[in-house]
Design a protein around this ligand. Structure first.
Ligand SMILES: Nc1ncnc2c1ncn2[C@@H]1O[C@H](COP(=O)(O)OP(=O)(O)OP(=O)(O)O)[C@@H](O)[C@H]1O
Length: 244
């Protein structure tokens, strides 16, 4: 097997007395979709924040393609090839769809606002199904279209690793099917993905592997079919004692 594209080794983050992420280690393999799942408050979003450099960690290391990225600020991590979407969408309402898609790129040193950048954004707007709305103001978009745009903005950074934080949350059944197809397409284009998700049908149909967290720790790792029938995982989701 090739070296992992991303490796978390003994990662820990506490907020005061609360250990949100406790000695978590896992590998992300090139080209896979990894589901990061677990009950509410188990540390998934914090783990994503540690990977993206939004938070500094207390202990452990994270490497991207063998190079240590932990300790770098978020903008440097992004430049090294990790892009993300946010649970609460971060779009600029009075700018157009294209301008929003370009925002992550346009503020990079040495990146002019030019035709190449606009073309690149157009490519990713097509991937997410928004190409025909490129000139619209964001405030005119429906919720699903805003989600599509948030993804296009991350894709325009042409990341090696894409972090999706509950990107499918709040979609109706039709939108969910379309959202799943978009994620599959992004993976098929060569992007490796970690997705935090509560929508189990999406986990089953998209994820090659899952890492399951509970109370800050990793409690299971494996295929969706394996981990979702693991009694410890079922217990963690139900919050009931395990009698095996
Ligand atoms: N900035 C912060 N300051 C203090 N505590 C925090 C902070 N961020 C997260 N926490 C706490 O850390 C724990 C893990 O939170 P986190 O958001 O990572 O969980 P999660 O698994 O993503 O949950 P959810 O599925 O509800 O989004 C929770 O107890 C949360 O209250």
């Amino acid at each position: 097997m090739t070296d992992p594209i991303l490796r978390l080794n003994g990662v820990r983050k506490a907020f005061g007395g609360l250990v949100a992420v406790n000695d978590v280690s896992f590998d992300l393999h090139r080209g896979e979709i990894l589901g990061l799942i677990g009950p509410n408050g188990s540390g998934k979003t914090t783990t994503m924040n540690l990977i993206s450099g939004a938070f500094g960690m207390d202990r452990g290391t994270i490497t991207l393609d063998g190079a240590v990225i932990s300790g770098l600020p978020a903008n440097r991590v992004a430049r090294k090839g990790i892009a993300r979407t946010f649970q609460l969408l971060r779009l600029i309402d009075d700018m157009t769809v294209t301008e929003n898609a370009a925002v992550g790129m346009a503020f990079r040193p040495g990146q002019p606002w030019n035709a190449e950048l606009v073309t690149r954004c157009q490519t990713y707007l097509e991937v997410v199904g928004l190409a025909d709305k490129a000139g619209l103001e964001v405030s005119k978009l429906t919720y699903i279209d805003q989600k599509r745009l948030e993804l296009a903005r991350a894709l325009a950074m042409e990341p090696k690793v894409l972090l999706l934080d509950e990107w499918l949350a709040g979609l109706n059944a039709t939108e969910l099917r379309s959202g799943i197809e978009i994620i599959r397409k992004v993976r098929d284009m060569g992007t490796t993905i970690i997705m935090v998700e509560h929508v189990m049908s999406a986990i089953h149909s998209l994820c090659d592997r899952c890492v399951v967290m509970n109370a800050g720790g990793k409690i299971a790792e494996g295929t969706p079919a394996t981990v979702l029938t693991d009694p410890h995982v079922v217990e963690a989701y139900l919050g009931e004692p395990h009698h095996a």
